[in-house]
Ligand binder design. Structure first.
Ligand SMILES: O=C(O)CCC(=O)C(=O)O
Length: 272
């Protein structure tokens, strides 16, 4: 990848905590992704612990990579690979595949980050994980766009509840910084999940599913929150360039994932 383009992307992550790439995939590829996400969502809703609530009418589901027919294209996308390697180091690890589904009627989430700031980031400023987002639909104003407060990945968050939920007195500042995102099918973004963000109220009749790929620097520890696994047959189809970033168990048969990473503070929606 062109060095100047890569430097521009990593600078955006260092400064804002998020960078986007419009038109990374064809719409037809995203349509297939949407079908796979819908199928996984239906399956997860039908079993205990398959989908975790992230607020009223809002769910998160973790899945196995091979539940997505386009997993290999996604995980080997040159822009994603180059940005992850530049920020997290060449041995970055893909530790999470999942998706958020804000349904019609989802309410504003409280401003939050997805986990407390790691000690290493506090001490050195180094980011040790990234989240890649891929919308499966064109985002419209009434669908409760994702909102993010650029630069807030640098806040230590000592006063945040559970290290994740800033006090309400910070909200006016986040609102003044806030950027609402309107990605279309094919657009992708990479962000630090420490950047304070929230899903907003979905007042439309449509859902707004968004895929999440979680990537760690070696030793960052987010793999402990996730249960990603692959079958031997799927593993054999993966290029070596991707296998080196997947340290998950290779199994005979996949077990449906029971969600571990419940974010208690999101369950009620915002008290704002
Ligand atoms: O609405 C979104 O796109 C993301 C929601 C979110 O941040 C979360 O559930 O943690």
């Amino acid at each position: 990848m062109d060095e100047a383009r890569l430097a521009a992307a990593t600078t955006r992550i260092e400064q804002d905590g998020i960078v986007g790439l419009p038109g990374a995939f064809e719409r037809s590829w995203v349509e297939r992704l949407g079908e796979d996400v819908d199928a996984a969502f239906t399956e997860a809703l039908a079993r205990e612990g398959g989908a975790v609530g992230r607020g009223p009418n809002r769910y998160y589901v973790e899945i196995h990579p091979e539940q997505l027919r386009g997993f290999t294209e996604l995980a080997t996308h040159p822009w994603i690979d180059a940005v992850c390697a530049a920020v997290l180091g060449p041995d970055y690890q893909i530790v999470e595949v999942g998706f958020d589904v804000p349904l019609a009627g989802a309410v504003d989430q409280p401003w939050h980050r997805d986990f407390p700031m790691p000690q290493e980031t506090k001490e050195t400023g180094r980011l040790t994980s990234l989240a890649i987002n891929v919308t499966t639909v064109d985002t419209e104003e009434d669908m409760g766009p994702f909102e993010i407060a650029p630069g807030t990945h640098r806040e230590p968050g000592e006063e945040f509840e559970h290290g994740m939920f800033p006090p309400q007195e910070n909200y006016p500042r986040y609102r003044s910084l806030a950027a609402r995102k309107y990605p279309k099918m094919g657009d992708i973004s990479i962000r630090s999940a420490l950047t304070v963000h929230r899903g907003t109220a979905n007042v439309s009749r449509k859902s707004r599913p968004v895929l999440v790929l979680g990537v760690d620097a070696p030793g960052a520890g987010n793999d402990e929150r996730h249960d990603t696994a692959v079958t031997k047959g799927f593993w054999e189809t993966l290029p070596e360039s991707l296998r080196r970033h997947l340290h998950c168990p290779v199994v005979d048969r996949l077990q449906p994932i029971t969600q571990k990473h419940t974010i208690e503070g999101l369950v009620m929606g915002a008290a704002d």
